[in-house]
Design a protein around this ligand. Structure first.
Ligand code: ATP
Length: 442
């Protein structure tokens, strides 16, 4: 058997995702909705594991990080203070002939319109990407609110609430995983650019003189996360933003980029935001968000270092990074070589006969109670069942046969090497616990 990285097209992944229940177009039976997706049973498990790994990665030796869950809607005042009402837009251009709309900074117009080829465009206009709505029945300016385009602002707005109620001291972090909404002009590349997506953000609050060092610290810390979840680190790089690229709030910013089949693209942004956000919210709300330093007896506005990553973009990255095609005994197979801690299903039980269902069910229950995700796969030849599990990335398949009744052992088959090992059934949980700690082998 040989197993090596296989480059895979986006179309192949999209169809695998639908076929196996990872991702469906939203409102599929009504023809879908552009840039919005639903996650099926396996996709939901994969997302849970991504969040779990991210939460575990918040542990660090510099200070506590607490998690919050902010609201999805916020009043216009928040987005005025953050700069989003004024500045959160992309440049848009329309083809006058075919009426297609494009992001002018993201499209090659050298051969005319990418859709119809004609060369007849409108002027470039700015398009604000926030979804605006009204709260309640009253159509007044006070009732205007927006679906959040990032999770970060709920963290800044709650900075003082957390500081005074969560028994944390500077420096510390506030983290949040949750939905964000952007009316992207041209959603594309499946989960890469969506209109409704999920972010995992950390805002690290610290003294101004320490913020540069913390930026360096967080870059290293975040890179360790990618290694821990089994991503090929040769496909990850850090790119420092040029001065002209910096967002209005950032003093320094780096992108963590992944080498997708469509090029090196941003997977995560790590930014030194200075005191921008807390100062803005202090000015606009009239509430002082500065903190008092007991040592120097002076107030100061904390600086912020931010890490911001998209759950869905990471989901897509993991699919690209894990996809393999190889051959086992002359038969082609597709494998998603996820790290065991990331795989949606950890173990699939395969009773070799209907009669053996009862002891298998018992083992399955015990493994689930121990916190692993498991499936019982009873239909088809054993080869077929292995292929099915390989394609969804299940790292371990456990077969139970008539000998198991006598020797109380089961056979565990490894997804990547296809090697089989016979182990006592009552040691299966310990075996799985050990395997979960191992790095990806394929
Ligand atoms: P891009 O330049 O790709 O539009 P951005 O710089 O606007 O991204 P940020 O505002 O820094 O992105 O958002 C942080 C992270 O959130 C991104 O690195 C990405 O992982 C994720 N993200 C942003 N926009 C989207 C989107 N439309 N769909 C999916 N994920 C997104």
């Amino acid at each position: 058997m040989k197993s090596s990285e296989t480059s895979v097209s986006l179309e192949t992944l999209v169809s695998l995702c639908k076929r196996r229940g990872f991702v469906y177009p939203a409102a599929d039976i009504y023809g879908g909705i552009n840039g919005i997706y639903d996650f099926g049973p396996l996709g939901t498990l994969l997302k849970k594991n991504i969040r779990k790994a991210w939460l575990a990665s918040l542990e660090n030796d510099r200070g506590p990080i607490v998690e919050i869950e902010g609201s999805l809607l916020a009043p216009e005042a928040v987005w005025k203070a953050s700069g989003h009402v004024e500045g959160f837009h992309d440049p848009m251009i329309d083809c006058k002939n075919c009426k297609h709309r494009f992001r002018s900074d993201d499209t090659d117009f050298s051969k005319g319109c990418p859709s119809c080829g004609k060369n007849d465009f409108t002027d470039i206009r700015n398009f604000n990407m926030m979804f605006k709505t009204q709260l309640g029945a009253l159509e007044s300016a006070a009732a205007t609110c927006y679906l959040r385009p990032e999770t970060a602002q709920a963290i800044f707005v709650n900075f003082k609430n957390v500081l005074t109620t969560a028994r944390v001291k500077m420096p510390f972090g506030i983290a949040q995983a949750g939905k964000a909404f952007r009316n992207e002009i041209t959603p594309k590349q499946f989960l890469f650019r969506m209109r409704e997506f999920e972010q995992m953000e950390i805002e690290w609050f610290c003294k101004p003189e320490t913020s540069n060092d913390y930026l360096t610290f967080w870059i290293e810390h975040r890179l360790a996360f990618y290694k821990a979840i089994g991503i090929n680190t040769e496909k990850i790089r850090i790119r420092e933003h040029e001065k002209h690229e910096l967002a209005h709030y950032a003093a320094r910013c780096v992108d963590v980029e992944y080498n997708f089949p469509f090029g090196w693209k941003e997977l995560e942004g790590i930014a030194h935001r200075g005191a921008f956000d807390l100062t803005q919210h202090t000015t606009h709300s009239g509430k002082d968000l500065a903190v008092f330093d007991e040592e120097t007896r002076e107030s100061y506005m904390p600086h912020v270092v931010e890490s911001s990553i998209g759950v869905d973009r990471l989901f897509l990255t993991l699919l690209f990074d894990s996809y393999r095609e190889d051959e086992v005994e002359g038969e082609k197979r597709i494998v998603l070589a996820f790290a065991p801690s990331i795989a949606p299903i950890t173990v699939a039980f395969m009773p070799l006969a209907k009669k053996l269902s009862e002891p298998v069910e018992k083992l399955y229950r015990a493994v689930k109670e121990a916190g692993f995700t498991a499936q019982i796969d009873e239909s088809g030849s054993i080869g077929k069942r292995y292929r099915r599990q390989d394609e969804i990335g299940t790292p371990f398949c456990v077969t139970y046969d008539f000998d198991s009744e006598q020797d109380h052992c089961v056979t565990v088959r490894d997804r990547d090497t296809t090697k089989q090992e016979r182990i006592p059934a009552d040691q299966l949980i310990d075996y799985l616990k050990n395997q979960m700690k191992k790095e990806r082998t394929a």
